[in-house]
Design a protein around this ligand. Structure first.
Ligand SMILES: NC(=O)c1ccc[n+]([C@@H]2O[C@H](COP(=O)([O-])OP(=O)(O)OC[C@H]3O[C@@H](n4cnc5c(N)ncnc54)[C@H](OP(=O)(O)O)[C@@H]3O)[C@@H](O)[C@H]2O)c1
Length: 309
């Protein structure tokens, strides 16, 4: 019985140490050096090689090393009945809420305009509307989105939220379902997306969505890059329909040097850092889930394969 680490991008060393300490009886292997494939009982995965997990005949569960599972579920070879577990919070919620607040304040306090002015030594105060006149819309009201919404509301912004199923959140106006999306977008001066990437949410931030947003509004994307139709966003920025965007996630990461987002005067790019994984929290959650599975208890973060998140 072994644990297999499957990732082309993540360092296995800290995970090897954590597993050796917490689960000393379980040999730790790193793909492609998997040892006997039939011995692998659990896979720790982040952007695994497509097809790799399907080759493990006795795999009991895939433990994804992040909150989003799109990079694992996108593997067409992944057996449909294989349990997939994701990280729930694990230290990600607070930094995501802080990033969202930073982004909204950046636009509301005109920080981009002042950075451009400073480049030319221009001393020119600009009109600044108070938070009470800056309605913010949060797309996704799950583990992260609901705290993002509450953090913005606590800072004086009128907040509305959108999710797949109806929600009740104190002080936040909520909308549910695709048929309510346009109404939700229509009054959001800033839209913050913290959705998971699924078949239903891919490309959701497109020309239709931008047309539904108020003239001169802003987009913040901390969900996944594939939510945004890049060309539609650039067109909306160039036409002035959108006044700016702060983007942390991209269709291709690292964002290619030639991508227009890098040089667009109204786009702020950050390199997928809204919430870096907190190793100790993630390791504790993964270890606890393996222990639960070994005891036959329900794990946390079980992904609904039919929903895709
Ligand atoms: N940038 C970063 O550094 C970073 C870090 C961590 C996570 N993330 C991203 O954040 C995402 C959210 O994480 P989480 O832990 O908050 O996930 P979660 O708890 O599963 O919440 C997902 C939310 O999105 C809503 N949703 C899903 N599909 C929808 C649809 N078709 N229409 C409307 N709403 C929909 C869900 O609605 P219901 O409540 O009705 O189910 C739920 O409110 C992750 O999947 C990941 O992509 C990014």
């Amino acid at each position: 019985m072994s644990i297999l680490f499957c990732s082309d991008s993540e360092d296995p060393a800290p995970w090897r140490d954590a597993i050796a300490q917490a689960l000393p009886g379980m040999p730790f292997r790193v793909w492609p050096d998997a040892g006997a494939l039939e011995d692998v009982r659990y896979a720790l995965a982040w952007r695994p090689q497509p097809g790799a997990l399907a080759r493990l005949p006795n795999l009991r569960a895939v433990l994804v090393l992040g909150a989003g599972v799109d990079s694992v579920l996108s593997d067409p070879a992944l057996p449909l009945d294989l349990p997939v577990l994701r990280l729930v919070d694990a230290g990600l919620v607070e930094p995501m809420a802080a990033y969202a607040l930073l982004a909204v304040l950046y636009f509301q306090r005109r920080a981009g305009a002042y950075l451009r002015q400073q480049a030319h030594a221009v001393w020119q105060p600009r009109e600044q509307l108070p938070p009470a006149r800056w309605p913010v819309g949060v797309m996704g009201l799950g583990t992260i989105g609901r705290v993002v919404a509450q953090r913005l509301a606590a800072n004086g912004f009128p907040v509305r939220g959108w999710s797949r199923t109806p929600k009740h959140l104190d002080g936040i106006e909520t909308f549910a379902g695709r048929e309510r999306l346009a109404a939700f977008l229509a009054q959001s001066r800033v839209v913050v997306s913290v959705l998971p990437l699924t078949a239903q949410t891919a490309g959701i931030l497109d020309a239709t969505a931008f047309a539904a947003m108020p003239e001169g509004s802003y987009l913040v994307n901390i969900g996944r890059g594939d939510h945004v139709v890049d060309g539609d966003l650039l067109a909306a920025l160039d036409s002035g329909r959108l006044a700016g965007a702060m983007l942390d996630v991209f269709r291709e990461e690292p964002l290619p040097a030639a991508h227009p987002f890098w040089r667009h005067p109204r786009v702020v790019v950050t390199p997928h850092v809204a919430a870096p994984t907190v190793a100790a929290d993630a390791q504790a959650q993964v270890v606890e889930n393996i222990r639960r599975l070994e005891r036959g208890e329900p794990p946390t973060g079980l992904v609904d394969r039919s929903r895709g998140y």
